[in-house]
Design a protein around this ligand. Sequence first.
Ligand code: NAP
Length: 245
Amino acid sequence: MKKIAFVTGASRGIGRAVAARLAEEGYAVGINYLRSAQQAQELADSLRAAGYEAAAVQADVADQTAITDAIRLAEERLDGPVSLLVNNAGIAEQHLFQDISSAFWRRIFAVNVDGAYHAIQAVLPRMIHEKAGCIVNISSIWGQRGASCETAYSATKAAIIGLTRSLAMEVAPSGIRVNCVAPGVIRTDMVEVLGAETLRSLAEETPLGRLGTPEDIANAVAFLADDRASFLTGQVLTADGGFIL
Ligand code: NAP
């Protein structure tokens, strides 16, 4: 069966590196984006120029109809069903708990948790039919450990770990593996808001002495998707340079 990966939130940061890495691993890749159309299109063009198959498709993962349609469009353009889904799209904001608006609480759950639910619902029937498939969810170390001013984000990322473990048990008899990666602090736009000083001290607090790169996470995703991980399911692979040890 043709290897087709669909990566949500692949226009920038971790998702972009994951899409590029999976193309190198032989996957035709669906590149989902929300607002960064130009960056997503440039990535698809550069992958095609390098001889890979790629298609950029716009959708808000929080909108079930939109993301389902985007997955179907990518499958049409890549000529086959998605065999690997990477639920990467996510948002983060730091707030004191009492300052979290109900609108923000609903939005962060809609993107970080409902988004994964929507994309999985769109690909699972076909995976069950094929009795094969792989899902990799992107959680966070803040889904494993508490962090001040990260309550909403942390709750969504812990939900992703619960979803991963339970779905892994449910679909294992159908030959489908479900795992997640919990990244530590990774140099992307998401953490630039913390400022250079904070990022320097976070790097110093990391046993391996540096922040992570999007490629570090892409390597972890590629490993979980690979046949070498064929006996791994329901796992949380923490990729954080030892930060939460
Ligand atoms: P980023 O640099 O802010 O990029 C976010 C990506 O998600 C962009 O491509 C963005 O698309 C997309 N996106 C956001 N909302 C979306 C939506 N509603 N529908 C579809 N796409 C959407 O973030 P990142 O650092 O790469 O983070 C990627 C994932 O890793 C997230 O789940 C994040 O929580 C997780 N993570 C990151 C870190 C870290 O330190 N960076 C640590 C742990 C976990 P557009 O640009 O097109 O709008």
